[in-house]
Design a protein around this ligand. Structure first.
Ligand code: HSE
Length: 429
């Protein structure tokens, strides 16, 4: 082996950082054989030097400050595994690029918020930023979209990309448990981010979708334009009613370019139970990519965890070691268009559930409100009468969210609503 080693500096020695150390140690020969040069770790940085991580960091130089690590002369690649949209992660990434290092990161928040400026900085310095580990953990979706589908006009990108939410929703369904019960169990298992809203509020998955949309549609990252809704208000009743009709509820991301602009949504949706997305169980992730030439591709795998996420980090490291370089978002940062957000989503059927006061004419009043908003009813189901109220469920024909919201507001004025209506989009996947 005559080529110089590729020298890594790793900032952040949590689950993913330790996983990366382990792969570099375990597969040193394999990596060198594949890359045609050794992969070495030169220096590391983390919050606590003395923590027992189950893997020795003695062989590596230590830096307290990730920015100092990023600037070291004896590194080729700065591997950013600290997390956080701004602060030390961004400062160190900027320092690394400015110092002429390539960057590999797992940081979806940083790229969703600061991706454009970082991609521009990388380009100014002739460097690359790679971020496979930031989206859907071990699934090589960035590679699939940027490289494998480079000959396609991408038409739609979808994904269940937060394992915690999918774990909560599938346990609720499989065990008939409430949201709160499963949330607590997920918390005890350490599934939730330090700020759980990142998971259950859809923000983490939204960050990932925004990055995929940028690659797919060539628009600047526009996370702030995303329609974002979490799973906190999903009830076991909705899960069971959806299941009875052959659907499952998923926190689903959808991005597509429409004549009205870029549509990006991360929200609970009903999907057919028999579809690949409908069948996704537990903390697993799935991304669904659609292109004009290829049709639909489904990628499924672990969205988090030491091995899968470190696997994605190493895929990026190996590309750099082999001299394979692509622009951050698959085209030069200067060529990314401003994102024009679609103000309305493509029409879809909706699931509407409510409880009515059990009196003559109540149902007629609700049907009239829907009719007045131009919403046509496809199916209706009344079930489980209670003492003085009657749960009722509608599936509408295709309509838009504004008409649904207007009808929900008008329903409140009818005097026959016994409990707040629930509206969930039904996605054609
Ligand atoms: N918290 C995320 C999940 C993994 O539950 O999928 C990191 O993005």
């Amino acid at each position: 082996m005559t080529q110089a080693p590729l020298r890594l500096g790793i900032a952040g020695l949590g689950t993913v950082g330790v996983g990366t150390l382990r792969i570099v140690n375990r597969h040193a020969e394999l990596l060198a054989a594949r890359a045609g040069r050794p992969i070495e770790i030169t220096a590391v940085s983390a919050r606590n030097r003395d923590k027992d991580r189950g893997v020795s960091i003695q062989p590596f130089a230590w830096e307290d400050d990730p920015v100092a690590l990023a600037r070291r002369d004896d590194l080729d690649v700065f591997v950013e595994l600290m997390g956080g949209a701004d602060g030390p992660a961004k400062a160190a990434t900027e320092a690394a690029l400015s110092a002429g290092k390539d960057v590999v990161t797992a940081n979806k928040a940083m790229l969703a918020i600061n991706g454009q400026s970082l991609a521009e900085l990388a380009e100014e310095n002739g460097r690359v930023i790679r971020f496979e580990a930031a989206v859907a953990g071990g699934i090589p979706v960035i590679k699939a979209l940027t490289e494998g589908l480079a000959g396609n006009q991408v038409t739609r990108v979808m994904g269940v990309m937060n394992g915690t939410c999918n774990y909560i929703l599938t346990r609720m369904e499989n065990e008939g448990l409430s949201y709160d019960e499963v949330f607590d169990a997920a918390n005890q298992l350490g599934f939730l981010e330090a700020d759980p809203t990142l998971d259950v509020g859809g923000i983490d998955a939204g960050h990932k979708l925004a990055l995929l949309a940028t690659i797919a549609f060539g628009t600047k990252v526009a996370f702030s334009d995303m329609v974002l809704e979490g799973i906190e208000r999903i009830t076991i009743e909705d899960i069971e009613q959806a299941a009875d009709m052959g659907f499952r509820i998923k926190l689903l991301g959808v991005a597509q370019m429409t004549p009205r602009g870029l549509e990006q949504r991360m929200q609970p949706c009903l999907v057919p139970a028999a579809s690949p997305l409908g069948q996704l169980e537990g903390a697993t992730n799935m991304t669904v990519l659609e292109g004009d030439a290829v049709g639909q591709i489904v990628l499924r795998g672990a969205g988090a965890g030491e091995g899968p996420t470190a696997s994605a980090v190493m895929g990026d490291v190996m590309d750099i070691a082999r001299g394979f370089r692509t622009p951050t978002f698959g085209r030069p940062a200067s060529g990314l268009a401003d994102s024009v957000p679609a103000q309305t989503a493509i029409p879809a059927p909706y699931y509407l559930r409510m409880s009515l006061v059990d009196e003559p004419g109540a149902l007629a009043k609700i049907a009239t409100v829907l009719g007045e908003q131009g919403i046509s009813i496809d199916r209706m189901h009344q079930y489980g009468h209670r003492q003085d109220s009657a749960p009722v469920l509608f599936v509408t024909h295709k309509t838009d969210r504004a008409s649904i919201d207007a009808s929900l507001a008008k329903m409140g004025d009818t005097g026959v609503i016994a409990s707040a209506p629930v509206a969930i989009r039904i996605e054609d996947v």
